[in-house]
Ligand binder design. Structure first.
Ligand code: HMG
Ligand code: MG
Length: 301
């Protein structure tokens, strides 16, 4: 077991975070957040989602956000796409990277994207084909890898099956999502070990929500197995609109602080990242969910 030398942090706050905040922010504020995150050194900032605005109104202005963004050279700005309509919107907005999202639980798939897992994979096939033909990079998410809000425990074998299906569709990277944040370190390792038995670790990412306060411990457990890509949201924003009670992603500031302490390079300036977190918390009128951000600001939770 060895930690990776470098970790790529995928900043998902502007999408996974803001999709579930009660307050829908103006596009200009989202742009300012994304630019601050890029300036802090985030190599990948998930910028929005071309999903149905009826389902997730908070993401309705993704095209406007992308149009207003000064893109920083070397930074990737992926967006979520659930179907061909979403892909067309992404192509029109000049997006270079998209993520499709499936689930390891049937009930969650139905609630989140209104179809079965098999139907979602069928729906993604033409999306993936067209995205590849347009030269886009493709990421695949698997949700509910450690538990489902409707079905409870999810077997690692199901996570492996859906991950492989996404890989066959052409996803370069598979992000394994503990959507409702119920996982614990041993379970996280067992699930990651099962998937890494079938796919190279270098193509896997971990995505933990922090509902039960286990996210950082789970990430550490997965780093021990050598995972090199970690999703996180600045200030621990958000949750998931189709997973009641799920809290935000692990806070990016907390992950970066831990990586710094472990001597693992991620290229992100913690002070600038925390500043981006302060900016967005002020805009939302809510406190940060990052303990590191609070400590740096001289406050305790
Ligand atoms: P549906 O209602 O079955 O779809 O929703 P539909 O094809 O019947 O379309 C319904 C209406 O939406 C139509 O409009 C479509 O045109 C429109 P109407 O004719 O009624 O006026 N529509 C769209 N509009 C804009 N962009 C589109 C689009 N597609 C349809 N792309 C659908 C199916 C998949 C569209 C819907 O369920 C949906 O958008 N779901 C997205 C839900 C979502 O965004 N969830 C959060 C992201 S996943 C997540 O957070 C987990 C993750 O973080 C990892 C983890 O934590 O595990 C990734
Ligand atoms: Mg998520």
């Amino acid at each position: 077991m060895a930690f990776p030398e470098r970790v790529e942090l995928v900043e998902v706050g502007p999408r996974d975070g803001l999709q579930n905040e009660a307050l829908t922010l103006p596009a200009a504020v989202k742009v300012a957040l994304i630019e601050r995150l890029a300036e802090a050194g985030c190599p990948v900032v998930e910028t929005g989602a071309f999903v149905s605005p009826k389902w997730v109104p908070q993401m309705a202005d993704t095209a406007e956000v992308l149009a207003g963004l000064k893109r920083k050279a070397g930074v990737r700005y992926p967006v979520l796409v659930p179907n061909e309509k979403g892909l067309e919107r992404a192509l029109a907005a000049g997006v270079e990277e998209i993520a499709v999202f499936a689930a390891a639980s049937e009930s969650f798939s139905q609630r989140n994207i209104n179809c079965s897992i098999a139907e979602s994979l069928e729906r993604f096939a033409p999306v993936a084909e067209r995205a590849k033909a347009a030269g886009m990079r493709l990421r695949g998410y698997v949700s509910c890898v450690l538990g489902c809000p409707y079905e409870g425990a999810v077997p690692p074998a199901k996570v492996v099956e859906v991950s492989l299906a996404l890989e066959r569709l052409g996803c370069e990277e598979i992000s394994l999502g503990d959507t409702i944040g119920v996982g614990t370190p041993q379970k996280a390792q067992d699930m990651l070990t099962a998937v890494a038995g079938e796919l190279p670790m270098a193509r896997l990412a971990v995505h933990f929500h922090d509902t039960y306060g286990q996210a950082l411990a789970n990430i550490l457990a997965c780093l021990e197995l050598g995972v090199g890509t970690v999703d996180a949201a600045v200030a621990g924003l958000g949750g998931c609109p189709y997973a009641r009670g799920a809290s935000g992603n692990v806070a990016s500031e907390d992950v970066v602080y831990m990586l710094d302490g472990l001597g693992i390079d991620c290229g992100i300036d913690l002070a600038k990242l925390a500043e981006a977190g302060r900016f967005i918390c002020e805009a939302l009128g809510r406190p940060s969910a990052s303990k590191v951000a609070l400590a740096l600001a001289g406050r305790t939770p």
